[in-house]
Design a protein around this ligand. Structure first.
Ligand SMILES: [Zn+2]
Length: 250
């Protein structure tokens, strides 16, 4: 079976010591399709190198909404535009709004979100969306641009998911569905249309096990739980997700 991890930070410094081993482990297990999210120069250089070595890897670049504390000058958007022209990424992201961890930079986040959606439509690229405690504003802004793509690490209601789907987005779930007490994400993932579902690790972040560094190979555990919740064979789920992954970049 072939698996996809629709959101990971393989270029992260946390993998600098053993990145090739991490990749070997994922490929051995069949995790071939990945989106490498790059929100820093270091991550982007590593990510671009990996995509060159592995043609099934997709490269995404952005300014992260949590990264607007100190520098929110227009210059950063110019730099991002230059990076898009130079590296030819497959996607813009992750971009969006995080009112949970950074409520005091709302204005800057909205501006950078809009600018990056603008860039995505200008370069005809899909987007990878980060949204935390900001569903209404996220939807309002998404509706302003003719973009499509993925809502990453989804944790909202089925109603909001349906509205995002209507705007042309896939809904991607992470390790949150693994927690035994996670009733709502399990209920929501059961109701997502089969042609709009994706899975992801967000590695090295969001590990379900304290003290364990998350990695793309761990997405298989999320597939197993998703197949169980949706009551379908693992092979069918892998096929559906592989198709969805491809359609994002078609
Ligand atoms: Zn991420």
């Amino acid at each position: 079976m072939v698996y996809a991890d629709a959101h990971c930070h393989l270029g992260s410094r946390q993998y600098d010591g053993d990145r090739e081993d991490v990749i070997k482990r994922m490929l051995e297990k069949g995790v071939e399709d990945v989106i490498i999210i790059c929100c820093s120069r270091h991550d982007l250089e590593e990510g671009a190198r990996l995509r060159q070595a592995h043609p099934s890897f997709k490269l995404a670049v952005s300014i992260h909404p949590q990264d607007l504390e100190e520098d929110f000058s227009e210059n950063r958007l110019d730099e991002l535009r230059k990076a898009v022209r130079y590296y030819h990424p497959d996607m813009i992201g992750e971009t969006g709004l995080d009112y949970y961890s950074h409520p005091h930079t709302k204005m800057q986040q909205k501006h950078f979100f809009r600018s990056q959606l603008e860039m995505a439509s200008q370069f005809h690229l899909p987007v990878n969306i980060h949204s935390r405690k900001a569903a209404a504003d996220t939807l309002e802004i998404l509706r302003e641009y003719p973009c499509r793509g993925i809502i990453h690490s989804y944790s909202g209601s089925i109603e909001t998911a349906r509205l995002c789907i209507k705007e042309g987005y896939m809904i991607s779930f992470g390790a949150s569905i693994l927690f035994p007490g996670a009733r709502r994400p399990k209920e929501v993932i059961a109701q997502i249309p089969a042609d709009r579902l994706l899975l992801e690790t967000d590695s090295p972040y969001q590990s379900p096990v304290i003290g364990h560094r998350h990695e793309p190979a761990d997405v298989i555990r999320i597939y197993e739980e998703t197949a169980r919740i949706r009551g379908i064979p693992a092979e069918q789920l892998a096929d559906e997700i592989r198709n969805n992954f491809r359609r994002v970049f078609a």
